[in-house]
Design a protein around this ligand. Structure first.
Ligand SMILES: NC(=O)c1ccc[n+]([C@@H]2O[C@H](COP(=O)([O-])OP(=O)(O)OC[C@H]3O[C@@H](n4cnc5c(N)ncnc54)[C@H](O)[C@@H]3O)[C@@H](O)[C@H]2O)c1
Length: 384
């Protein structure tokens, strides 16, 4: 069986996933690509290009679409693809408002083709192994989960481009935190019922400008024309030089200290699940180093995991044993889980099974992130 793909959105994520993962899979071909700004058309020689995604969804030769456009466009494009009965692999988050999520869920309620959402960490081997251990009852009943996302490239990834305004992204909890929150939902084996959260913007945006310069900077300021681009810790040139952070040579370079920025740069979230599990989650977008750090407390012991050591440590509190599982698998192409995610999509198309990251799981986590943002804005506990 060959699955013929149309790719919609050829920015940072879209063109890389298409060229590294989809194109190299033996059961997939890329029939046509779309980007309304013609980005990266040159990376797909000999493949038909369009700036209008309707050309992709209306193409009867195409079986499946991969959607990697900004988050606030997902609903519209998913629904257009569903009308033409395509199988849909869409990047996370599913959407950025409760209305869009509800609309998608009601319109796709009886949709029979595959819809998979890109919560890729569910497919990454170590995160998957944690789930396997928990399901075996290795620490007994899961009771509490503690997660910290330490992100040293937060300024680079989210504060130079469209992610930085609520108008386009709603909350960074949707773009970044939902990867870990989705894992928490999966590990808790339940769904969130109440959430409280705190958040602040204090390192980037206007607050960061006042601390760094003693005055605001205009929204027209860009790294490429800035006089301190060589020294500034958040400039594109300096991040490349000092921290080896460079995902593309044409990365957006609006100043991270601009006034228009209205998303938070650090958050703390507390969640109560239907089955009583409690979650405590923190996101820091200006950390000095990278690590996703998980501690899971169970009735019989504790499980610790982080994706920089790739070690899962299990402590048995009764026998006072410690067991270490080390993942030595090398992720060869891109992010951990990218290839396994595509494999699940293909198997779901073939068998009609529900993908591991599906409409329901991705709606639950998007609603959790939106509720957390509402809690930050209203200083109250939000019931889901
Ligand atoms: N799973 C992951 O690990 C991961 C990583 C990065 C990004 N993402 C997600 O991937 C998606 C894309 O993010 P990105 O960082 O690549 O953004 P980006 O801005 O780099 O790329 C988006 C591309 O979509 C194009 N586009 C926008 N609207 C369009 C439309 N209506 N029709 C056709 N093309 C359109 C733009 O021209 C741009 O090239 C987002 O949903 C993001 O959250 C996921």
């Amino acid at each position: 069986m060959t699955i013929k793909f149309g790719i919609i959105g050829l920015g940072n994520r879209g063109f890389k996933y298409a060229t590294s993962i989809i194109k190299s899979h033996k059961e997939c071909t890329i029939e046509a690509v779309c980007d309304y700004k013609k980005n990266n058309f040159d990376k797909f020689p000999g493949i038909s290009h369009t700036t209008n995604y309707h050309d992709i969804v209306n193409n009867p030769e195409i079986d499946a679409v991969f959607i990697a456009t900004p988050d606030n466009t997902h609903r519209e494009i998913i629904l257009a693809a569903a009308q033409k009965k395509k199988h849909i692999l869409c990047e996370k988050p599913l959407e950025i408002t409760n209305d869009s999520l509800d609309d998608l869920c009601s319109k796709l309620k009886d949709y029979n083709n595959t819809v998979e959402i890109g919560y890729v960490l569910r497919y990454a081997r170590s995160f998957n192994k944690v789930k396997e251990f928990l399901s075996q009852g290795i620490i007994g009943d899961v009771l509490m989960i503690n997660i910290i996302d330490h992100i040293p490239y937060g300024g680079y990834a989210f504060f130079h481009d469209w992610h930085r305004t609520r108008k386009q992204a709603t909350s960074i909890l949707l773009q970044k935190a939902t990867h870990s929150l989705d894992l928490a939902n999966w590990y808790a084996d339940s769904y969130p019922i109440s959430v409280f959260a705190f958040g602040n913007l204090s390192t980037m945006g206007k607050a960061g400008a006042l601390k760094k310069f003693g005055h605001e900077v205009p929204d027209t300021l860009h790294c490429s024309t800035c006089s301190i681009s060589k020294e500034c810790e958040e400039s594109i040139a300096n991040l490349k030089f000092e921290k080896n952070i460079c995902w593309s040579d044409s990365w957006p370079d609006s100043c991270v200290f601009n006034n228009e920025i209205d998303i938070d740069d650090h958050q703390t979230v507390g969640v109560e699940y239907k089955n009583g599990v409690q979650l405590s989650y923190q996101l820091c977008l200006f950390d000095a180093y990278y690590k996703r750090e998980f501690t899971i407390f169970g009735s019989k012991g504790e499980l610790r995991f982080d994706d920089s050591s790739n070690e899962i440590r299990i402590y048995d509190r009764v026998r006072r044993d410690e067991f270490i599982y080390k993942n030595k698998h090398l992720e060869l192409k891109m992010e951990a889980g990218d290839e396994e995610q595509l494999e699940d999509f293909i198997q779901s198309i073939k068998s009609g099974k529900q993908p591991l990251s599906n409409l329901t799981t991705s709606t639950i986590v998007a609603k959790l992130a939106l509720a957390a943002q509402k809690s930050i804005d209203t200083h109250s506990i939000i019931k889901l």
